[in-house]
Design a protein around this ligand. Sequence first.
Ligand SMILES: [Fe+2]
Length: 245
Amino acid sequence: LANIHFRQLHDPASETFSYLIGCGETARAVLIDPVIGQVPLYLGVLRELRLSLDWVLETHLHGDHVSAADTLRECTCARVAASQQAGIDEVDRQLADRDTFRVGLLDIDVMATPGHTPGCLTYRWADRLFTGDSLLIGGSGRISEPGSNGVALYDSVTRRLFCLADETLVYPGHCLNKRRVSCIGEERERNPFFHGISRDRFVAIRSGEPDQLPATRQSALEANRRCGRTIETEKANQVGVADQF
Ligand SMILES: [Fe+2]
């Protein structure tokens, strides 16, 4: 991984992981699932590594935090991409299964892994998967989002992701039990939601869970349908977000 920059960035409020991948040769970068409250962190890291942001990639329509996509689009030259099934308006590129992305000299593959939401994507770069909420370390996303489908989620994980090589690294969308990275072999053998669990059982378990999503879910979903634009971010962007930090 010569002259490639990789950072796992954490938002403590939502326990979200965001990922920066940068090509040092061309000084271009992508950011996966950025969170609105961490814009200063992203801009700082980009500046420190002398990278310019080409793309913000969303794994799905988030209900637990507001995306920084629109704000980053305003204060960098980034464009925004998400699944065509995500229900996110105003994206610059709509993605489908098996699409590929080129950022500098880096290739990123798009895998549709629907279930948690209809538009869930997993991004694959080199030996790494960015699974969003489709596959978490020892867990998976809930099926209480708009359009959730437990059968599809089970199939996405067991038929798509678990078919990849054991050593493929799993970088999830959220921090569970303070774990930051796993691999396909470990999740196939140890993830209690999938290992030794039938599809019917998985759906029964997940359907029976109480909805623990934050009360702010509706407003987060609403903002994220516009790439994370809210009245507040719009005002801030008029002042010039980059100037404030
Ligand atoms: Fe989610």
